[in-house]
Design a protein around this ligand. Sequence first.
Ligand code: BT5
Length: 322
Amino acid sequence: MQTKIAKILYESDKHISGQQISEQLGVSRQAVSKAVKSLRDKGFEIESITNKGYLLTKMPQKLCEEAISFYLDTKLIGRKIEVLDTVGSTNDYLKKLGSQGAQSGTVVLAREQTAGKGRLGRTWQSKKDDGIALSVLLRPEKSPAEISSITPLTGLAVCRAINDFCRLDSRIKWPNDIIVGKKKLVGILTEMSAEFDRVDYTVTGIGINVKNTTFPDDIAHKATSVLLETGRHFDVNKLVVCILKNLERELVENHYNLSGTSVADYQLLCATIGRSVTFTRGRRKISGMAVGISNSGELEVMLSNGTISTVNSGEVTVQGIY
Ligand code: BT5
């Protein structure tokens, strides 16, 4: 009901009375005024004038379920959405929902994470309302091997969304970072629950630095935010919508495959390609030139003897970035 009222107010350019809204929705006047109060608590600025009614004067500037929901027109991703005030990790929270049968496409966002996770036990740090912490649960009817491109496709979708929406020139640092210049703007972490030949669910977490103006000492030299790069404030809810739409297109509509077109698009946006990289194989450190990405999302590296080696995950150091 809050979403419906928010939508009615959003679509009206003049005051609209509580009576009109209650008749339109078939609910009591009290229910309308209670919902308006809840919307105000969530950051909708709603003017109220006796004998005239309500007028929406400003949309919420913080992450807000209702604001995201009524901009969103995806078929799967975000049909069910939850915005938490604070949580340990949106990935952990959503994995729990996944094990309890949550539907494919469920999205969880948090204004604050107290135990945000990176890969390999590392942490993702962000202060309340500085960034977007977003996790998406999907249930691809595929084997784990068939969805190996889920992180690169997510990178592609998020990179595009940020570049379109914020007019930025961000690039993908294979496999799971988005950078501007030499600094990290976004980190992606995909986790999965699966049997040998069948995925039960995947949870892909995306952490985006949006309004951060400072970072903790240990990452200050290598982290950046949308605000620092553009000097502008963007509507975070609209940015989330743009990301979810791009995720739906890249992941769901492409059936989790890096098609010929998306490989080409990825290569254009990938900062790793064309640079010297070092990776480990067993105990050996190997260096070469990153030359491309395969259809299954692996990095293709040309070694000094001219052979191509593919790297599917793990740590790759890219010369000139971090
Ligand atoms: C990542 O790991 O970059 C994946 C981050 C995923 C975060 C999202 S937020 C929503 C969801 N819920 C979670 O709990 N996690 C996901 P990795 O490649 O391991 O990079 C981690 C490293 O990035 C850290 O060790 C720091 O060096 C650096 N780092 C931490 N916070 C950062 C930030 N806000 N901006 C830039 N770099 C950061």
